[in-house]
Each structure stands twice: as structure tokens, then as C-alpha cells.
Design a protein around this ligand. Structure first.
Ligand code: ZN
Length: 439
């Protein structure tokens, strides 16, 4: 972990309306970094050196293709065609999106000299005029890998509190996802509970672009009881996963609730059917949630059915193993690529809440099958995932120790800087900040 640096707890999405807390108040040891309002998304400025080029910043607008954009900016049709042909060797033009930024450089005679476009966070495509037409090359965009530490007390919901502490949505969603095997977010979160997280962030060398990375560590303290998760990649062919301090994986065979932020509106058991009027068994749980709320696969498995199914409306059933299946009914639509035979991962979005089939209102009807029969999901004894042992366990414990040290150092660093600041103020130091070196 060579170039791990602290990163200011600033908000990279300059489009949202969160109040901007002065950087030095949030993270006093990092004042050298670009303040959040200078971070501009999605545009790289790497130009040809020659001054006689006429440079144009262009972007794809709705209803336009690359050809239109280039020709509009002044390129000849043949040049535009050849440049796009060269570009498409490195970029799937079907993925081109509205808003994609490009830089076109024109020769003094008005002909297209060069075209540059960002391919990914770390790569740029440069299309240059050559003897034979145009040639495309991929260039690395240098970036720094940072880790960012954020903590906070939960007031209303984890989502809201984390958001207020400056965590980007994508990171919050991931945090909720990795805890969803241990925590029922609907019922177990109380005011005064707290969270803590250490995650990776990539930052371009000029500090103008950021990309959020993996969560390395996350902790929830629920009514005084801590749950800590560490990211670790087991040695044998597994994906990286999250583990408790004792080496037990956070992943269970099935998630406790396949949906976030929903209210349990009907339990398993005998009830008067809301549409048909007579008493019958309700063989699942109903979750009330707005139409379009994503529904997750409760566990890894294979989609057995993803189609209309009588009173169930749009219906997905997943076979997890020889024992367990789960089913999701009344969906408004299916998740991307979800169809019979498709392999899904735990937490993957398989559909969205709706009101298809025989229903009185939008909700998710969720069933768990054990050996072919529906059971009460709330009574289910959920089998646990893997437990690290031997060398894996040792490596994991070392890694967890490193992460703990890193966090302790970050906290101490902040505290030291604060004390320095107070001392300076006390002696009339003009309020100037003293920045402690990172450990
Ligand atoms: Zn139901």
C-alpha cells in the first residue's frame, strides 16, 4: 500500500446540494488537496503540445452520433469516418452516451489532427492522424489510490446519516449491502447507533476526478453492539468477500430481507385474502415499498423462472442449492438480463417492486422454499457461509490488524491537528493551520 494518503472528507459530486463544510473543519490534516468545488467530473485536458492546433471541446448531445458531432465541430466527413473507425478498435461505439466529452484538435488548414476521449477512469484514447489515415492508442491516466475514513452517529436512517457525513450514494448502498446479511435495516437501526467506514478512492493526478473503490472496512454499532466487517480475498479462487473479526464470512446462504427500506406489511400464515375475500394460507411475506424499488437476489443461485405466473404477476424464482429456493412476485419489471437459466449473485438486482398479478396495491411478495415447500422466512434458520481457517485465517487477521492501525492513525492524526490548532489559537497564532505529516 505505497501511496495511501488521507483524503479530505469533501464531497466530489458537485451537482448535489449538500452544505459544503469547510475542509479544514472536517479533515484538518488534508488541507492541501483541491477543495470539493474544484473537482470537475468527466473531462480530461490532455492536449497536443503544438500551439498552432485549434482545440475544441465537444460532447455528444441527444440524438447525435459521433459522426454528427465531429462534422459539426468542423471535421471533414472522410476524416471523421476514419477517426471513428480507428477509435472503434478500442471503444465499443454502442456504449457511447449523451454527455461523453471529447477533445478535437484541428490543423491550421482546418483538417482534423487529433481526437482524444476518456475511455475509463485510468485510460484515455488518442486518435492521431497518421500516414495512412488515423491511428488510435491507449494512454494511461495516472491516478492516486487513497483511503478515506468516515464515521458518524445515526440519527434517522443509516442512509441519511452517512449521506450527511459526505459518503457518496454508491458507497452507502454497498455498505448496506454488505451488512444486509447481519442486519435488518428496517427493524434494528436505532437513533444513536453509529457507523464507521474505510474505503478506497481513486483520484486523478490533477485532483479533478475521483472514483470510489472498494469498502475495506465497515462497522456498525447497534445498541452498543459492534459488528465489524473486513474485506478479504481468500487464497483459493474465491472472490473478495467480507468477513467478521473471527474469520466468518458475512455472506449467509440467504439474505434476511431481499429489499431495502421496505415495510413488512403481511406475515406468513392464515389470513383473509385481500382480493378473494376468503381465508387461506399466505405462504410468504409481503413488503410494502414504492413501485420501482430494487429487489435483490437473496442468495447466489440460478434463475428458474422469470416470467408472468398467474396471480403472482411478473415472477422470479431462484434456485440457490438443492434445498433452498426463493420467489419474488408482482414485479413491475425484471432486473437487467434476468431470465430463466441465468446465474445470479447474492444482492444482485433481479427485479423491481410493482403491482402485477392479483393485488390490491404495489408490494413484493416473497417466498422461501425448503425442499420444495414454502416456509416462513422469518423462522428460517439461515445457514452461514464460509469460515477462514489455517493460512487464510492468519493472513486475514494480519490484514484486519493493519486496517485497525490505519484507522487509529487517521483518528490520532485528526486529533493532533485539532490540538495544534487550539494551541495556536490560544497563543494568538492568527488561526493558521498547522498540518501534521501523515504517519
Ligand atoms: Zn403476499
Amino acid at each position: 500500500m505505497g501511496n495511501l494518503l488521507d483524503f479530505p472528507a469533501s464531497n466530489p459530486q458537485n451537482s448535489d446540494s449538500r452544505p459544503i463544510i469547510p475542509l479544514e473543519e472536517v479533515y484538518p490534516d488534508s488541507v492541501n488537496y483541491a477543495p470539493s468545488d474544484e473537482i470537475a467530473p468527466e473531462s480530461v485536458n490532455i492536449h497536443p503540445q503544438e500551439a498552432e492546433y485549434d482545440l475544441k471541446e465537444i460532447s455528444i448531445k441527444r440524438g447525435q452520433g459521433m459522426m454528427d458531432v465531429l462534422v459539426n465541430s468542423g471535421a471533414g466527413r472522410q476524416d471523421a469516418y476514419n477517426a471513428i473507425k480507428a477509435l472503434s478498435a478500442h471503444y465499443d461505439m454502442k456504449k457511447l452516451q449523451v454527455g461523453q466529452a471529447l477533445q478535437a484538435a484541428y490543423n491550421p488548414d482546418g483538417s482534423l489532427a487529433e481526437l482524444t476521449m476518456q475511455k475509463s477512469f485510468d485510460h484515455m484514447i488518442r486518435v492521431s492522424r497518421s500516414e495512412t489515415g488515423f491511428e488510435a492508442t491507449i494512454e494511461d491516466l495516472p491516478s492516486l489510490k487513497l483511503t478515506r475514513h468516515v464515521q458518524g452517529v445515526i440519527d434517522d436512517s443509516l442512509f441519511l446519516s452517512a449521506y450527511q457525513e459526505g459518503l457518496p450514494n454508491s458507497v452507502i448502498v454497498n455498505m448496506i449491502r454488505i451488512f444486509s446479511f447481519d442486519v435488518d435495516f428496517q427493524r434494528e437501526i436505532r437513533k444513536g447507533d453509529s457507523f464507521e467506514i474505510l474505503y478506497e478512492r481513486k483520484m486523478s493526478e490533477d485532483g479533478r476526478r475521483v472514483e470510489e473503490g472498494n469498502i475495506l472496512f465497515a462497522k456498525l454499532i447497534l445498541r452498543g453492539k459492534p459488528i465489524s466487517l473486513y474485506r478479504y480475498q481468500p487464497q483459493k479462487g474465491h472472490f473478495a468477500d467480507y468477513f467478521h473479526e473471527n474469520g466468518k464470512s458475512a455472506k449467509k446462504a440467504l439474505m434476511r430481507t431481499p429489499i431495502e427500506g421496505a415495510r413488512l406489511s403481511s406475515y406468513y400464515g392464515k389470513r383473509k385474502h385481500p382480493v378473494l375475500g376468503y381465508t387461506r394460507m399466505h405462504k410468504g411475506l409481503d413488503f410494502s415499498a414504492p413501485t420501482g424499488t430494487p429487489i435483490m437476489a437473496a442468495g447466489d443461485g440460478i434463475v428458474e423462472r422469470a416470467s408472468r405466473y398467474g396471480a403472482y404477476g411478473n415472477y422470479v424464482r431462484i434456485r440457490h442449492n438443492g434445498t433452498y429456493k426463493t420467489a419474488y412476485a408482482h414485479l413491475s419489471k425484471y432486473g437487467r438480463g434476468i431470465k430463466s437459466g441465468k446465474r445470479v449473485k447474492q444482492g444482485q438486482i433481479i427485479g423491481y417492486v410493482g403491482a402485477t398479478g392479483r393485488v390490491t396495491g404495489r408490494h413484493l411478495h416473497y417466498e422461501v422454499f425448503v425442499n420444495g415447500k414454502q416456509v416462513n422466512p422469518l423462522r428460517l434458520k439461515i445457514p452461514t457461509g464460509i469460515t477462514l481457517a489455517g493460512k487464510d485465517k492468519q493472513k486475514f487477521l494480519t490484514l484486519a490488524g493493519d486496517i485497525n492501525n490505519q484507522i487509529t492513525a487517521k483518528k490520532k492524526n485528526i486529533l493532533l491537528t485539532w490540538n495544534q490548532k487550539i494551541a495556536l489559537n490560544d497563543t494568538g497564532g492568527g488561526g493558521e493551520m498547522l498540518v501534521m505529516p501523515s504517519p
